[in-house]
Design a protein around this ligand. Structure first.
Ligand SMILES: Cc1cc2nc3c(=O)[nH]c(=O)nc-3n(C[C@H](O)[C@H](O)[C@H](O)COP(=O)(O)OP(=O)(O)OC[C@H]3O[C@@H](n4cnc5c(N)ncnc54)[C@H](O)[C@@H]3O)c2cc1C
Ligand SMILES: *[C@@H]1O[C@H](CO)[C@@H](O)[C@H](O)[C@H]1NC(C)=O
Ligand SMILES: *[C@@H]1O[C@H](CO)[C@@H](O)[C@H](O)[C@H]1NC(C)=O
Ligand SMILES: *[C@@H]1O[C@H](CO)[C@@H](O)[C@H](O)[C@H]1NC(C)=O
Ligand SMILES: *[C@@H]1O[C@H](CO)[C@@H](O)[C@H](O)[C@H]1NC(C)=O
Ligand SMILES: *[C@@H]1O[C@H](CO)[C@@H](O)[C@H](O)[C@H]1NC(C)=O
Ligand SMILES: *[C@@H]1O[C@H](CO)[C@@H](O)[C@H](O)[C@H]1NC(C)=O
Ligand SMILES: *[C@@H]1O[C@H](CO)[C@@H](O)[C@H](O)[C@H]1NC(C)=O
Length: 668
């Protein structure tokens, strides 16, 4: 069926010449085709990367349906210095967890993006990949084709990387240049811009000098696959404009003019539609996969009272609603643990125990050791007239403190760098499974046991971190556990995604395995030693109540203070894991939902084991690879572009090379 011609509805100030379709909430009727080759659910990283790549072939039609609206690209969204300052919940789903019984028995709240661009519109901009071993562990868990070497071309394909020394740092911004990328491991032609801010707070260098005194070395490029050490990390910002680079600006805006790509905003997918013969009938056409329920399309609506629409897919539905809402949508559509579905009154289409289990995150706490030394300039000083000046400087020249994100100075310590007897410490893991959710069946237990083996091996390495330590300009030394043994769950409690009285039950079960909190306690003890180093002591850090070195001598008290502060690092993943079905998996290595034909999941929920990293870069890479898999499976070979073979060489740079000489080749 032909697509309607150029139709731009509602106020669409930024798209004056589009020929694709953009449909917003207040559109009176939906000028859609009733059938598209691909229907994509959710316009976050997974959805927009896949929509961009699939619609490269002009003969393939793609519809994206997003619950949120377009962001207004106001300063609270785009300016790195404003991270965390957005109007509360303007573009967000708010999730309240169950009481965290292993912390302080109270619930936690966290947000997920509800906007075109998903969580990349509200995230903290940190850009990290994790270690080679993080991805090789995915292969060991039964996912051929997903190791570091397989994903590196997609990390490269997704990014346009601008090195720190190319980013025109202000002369006052610290004495030394401390990052030095491994040129061949980065991309220079990809959609998402990755760069460094032009302004660096002086305290960054106190931190980096102090951490080295504790034996944690500088790593010239934390994104090379050798993922331990300390340094600046890049951000998802454009080097030129020093503003947020997100999934919308990078993967959607440049291609929304394609006539074969349509976007509906302000509409929520309420159900995935499928045909009830369980796939025993002959394969009806292009839908690839083993026999299974035939996916026919999706149902969607603006809200609970508005009209519902059905739209069909000729080829596939791509589910990309994120780590919380993808499993919920599968469950209410008939794919999930049979007893949960039955209790909801949902007919079981495919009994998949893993849907909503294996939920992982990086538990984080952010104690502050406020700097008491005179003349320490921090982000909190950007108020009143200073704020006006900082803003003006930013708007005029794209320089100054507004270019600096909240967090870009970090350490990723290996366990043995912070624990005197790491092998002994590792024996605390044991192979117990009694801490797992009571809903785990034999397949999930088997999958978890396999993960334990991988995690223990990862924690024994020196290129893979046990935790992350994040330093801010105002003395926050946040810590988060990177390789965690706790597992949580996501369970729908209503068949309607609009049922506000019965939201899904989300329980990350932070520190349900004690080892995760053991690591965080060790991390806090390192903080005590860090603030005592000469470079940090010069800032006169004053620990917040409960986190003073004196408190640390009473581990019970410190442990209590720690548990009260632990919350999400927003790295929710694993809830629709790519794993063999007998290990509790939900999708196979081609990201196809088991027991279905024509349904894949492409978002953070498929990560079987969360890498030791902020996960946006990994999700972009996974989605790029997914797009190639989908195209090849659908015979769309012509559309698969060869990967960029050329990388732009970094121009020779004398100071830069001299600097490299004395620390070269330690990490790669
Ligand atoms: C506050 C915050 C800070 C973060 N900071 C960082 C950071 O500094 N660095 C980093 O690497 N990562 C960070 N992350 C994590 C990172 O942004 C996410 O992991 C990533 O965006 C996940 O991509 P995704 O495709 O899985 O889902 P998302 O990007 O969240 O997109 C999912 C989209 O699906 C839509 N959707 C959901 N259900 C439906 C439905 N039924 N119908 C239609 N649409 C639907 C949602 O509205 C959303 O737009 C942060 C996340 C948050 C929330
Ligand atoms: C940062 O340090 C440099 C060098 O000591 C100094 O010139 C500059 O004024 C400092 N910046 C701030 C904001 O304190
Ligand atoms: C920078 O901003 C200008 C003007 O808003 C815009 O045209 C350009 O595309 C931006 N470039 C990048 C790399 O963000
Ligand atoms: C529901 O959506 C319709 C548009 O489809 C809109 O007119 C109506 O105001 C919305 N109702 C609520 C309660 O938001
Ligand atoms: C959408 O399709 C489903 C399954 O075929 C059907 O039950 C439902 O009534 C349809 N909804 C609309 C609005 O056509
Ligand atoms: C499809 O399979 C499920 C179990 O996976 C079963 O409960 C259901 O009855 C089957 N439906 C049909 C129509 O065969
Ligand atoms: C857990 O099991 C693995 C093998 O399955 C073994 O190598 C390891 O030593 C065990 N760990 C403990 C603490 O018993
Ligand atoms: C340590 O802290 C705990 C919890 O606050 C407290 O009950 C205990 O008395 C303290 N022990 C000492 C030796 O101060």
């Amino acid at each position: 069926m032909a697509l309607p011609v150029a139709l731009v509805l509602a106020a669409c100030y930024f798209l004056s010449s589009v020929s694709g379709i953009l449909i917003q909430t207040d559109t009176p009727s939906l000028p859609l085709a009733d059938r598209y080759d691909y229907v994509v659910v959710g316009a976050g990283i997974g959805g927009l990367v896949v929509a961009n790549r699939l619609s490269e072939n002009p003969s393939v039609s793609v519809l994206v349906i997003e619950a949120g609206d377009l962001d207004d690209q106001a300063e609270d969204v785009t300016v790195p210095g404003n991270v965390g300052e957005e109007d509360p919940h303007r573009y967000e789903w708010v999730v309240t967890t169950g009481a965290q019984e292993f912390l302080d028995n109270t619930p936690r709240s966290f947000t997920q993006g509800k906007v075109v661009g998903g969580s990349t519109i509200t995230n903290g901009l940190c850009w990290t990949r994790g270690s080679t071993a993080d991805y090789d562990a995915w292969v060991n868990l039964g996912n051929p084709g997903w190791g570091w070497a397989d994903l590196l071309p997609y990390f490269v394909k997704s990014e346009t990387y601008t090195a720190q020394h190319d980013a025109s740092l202000e002369p006052t911004a610290g004495a030394s240049q401390r990052t030095d990328p491994v040129v061949s491991k980065h991309g220079y032609q990809g959609p998402i811009e990755v760069g460094f801010p032009r302004y660096i707070y002086n305290q960054t260098y106190n931190f980096l000098d102090g951490i080295q005194e504790l034996g944690i070395p500088i790593n010239d490029d934390l994104n090379s696959g050798y993922a331990t050490g300390a340094n600046l990390i890049p951000s998802s910002i454009t080097a030129e404009n020093q503003s947020r680079a997100d999934a919308r600006t990078s993967y959607l805006d440049p291609v929304l003019s394609r006539p074969n790509l349509a976007l509906v905003t302000g509409h929520t997918v309420t159900r995935i539609l499928h045909r009830g013969d369980n796939g025993t009938a002959p394969n009806p056409g292009p839908k690839v996969g083993v026999p299974g329920r035939i996916i026919t399309g999706v149902e969607f609506a603006a809200n609970s009272t508005s009209q519902r629409y059905n739209v069909s897919c000729r080829r596939e539905v791509i589910l990309a609603a994120g780590a919380i809402l993808s499993p919920v949508l599968l469950q209410i559509s008939g794919f999930g643990p049979a007893d949960l579905l039955t209790s909801l009154g949902v007919e079981v289409a495919v009994d998949l125990p893993g849907v909503g289990s294996n939920l992982q995150d990086h538990p984080m706490l952010q104690p502050v050791y406020a700097f008491d030394a005179p003349d320490v300039f921090t982000a909190w000083d950007i108020v009143g007239r200073t704020r006006d000046a900082v803003r003006e400087e930013y708007l005029a020249n794209r320089i100054g403190p507004w270019t600096a994100p909240m967090v870009n100075t970090v350490a990723f310590p290996a366990l043995e760098w912070v624990q005197d007897d790491a092998p002994q410490f590792l024996t605390r893991i044991s192979n117990a499974t009694s801490h797992l959710p009571p809903t785990y069946d034999a397949t999930l237990l088997a999958g978890y046991t396999a993960q334990q083996t991988e995690l223990t091996a990862l924690l024994s390495r020196t290129d893979t971190p046990a935790y992350e330590l994040m330093s801010t300009s105002w003395g926050q030394l946040a810590v988060s556990a990177m390789h965690t043994f706790s597992r949580g769950t996501v369970q729908a409690r209503s068949v309607s995604v609009f049922d506000k009285d019965n939201p899904p039950l989300v329980d990350p079960r932070f520190c349900s395995h004690h080892f995760d909190c053991d690591v965080l306690l060790a991390a806090l003890e390192l903080n005590d030693r860090l603030i005592a180093t000469a470079p940090m002591a010069a800032l006169q850090p004053v620990p917040q109540a409960g986190f003073a070195p004196a408190d640390a001598r009473n581990r019970t008290a410190l442990d209590e203070a720690m548990r009260a502060l632990i919350r999400t690092e927003f790295h929710l993943s694993g809830s629709c894991s790519m794993l063999p079905r007998d290990l509790g998996g939900v999708v196979d290595p081609a990201l196809r939902v088991y027991g279905t034909r024509g349904l894949r999941v492409v978002d953070a929920s498929v990560l079987p084991l969360v890498p030791g990293a902020h996960i946006q870069a990994p999700v972009y890479a996974v989605a790029e690879k997914a797009a190639d898999i989908i195209r090849l499976d659908n015979g769309d070979v012509a559309g698969v572009h060869p990967l960029p073979k050329e990388v732009r060489p970094t121009p020779p740079h004398c100071a830069h090379h001299a600097h490299r000489a004395h620390r070269a080749h330690r990490y790669w």
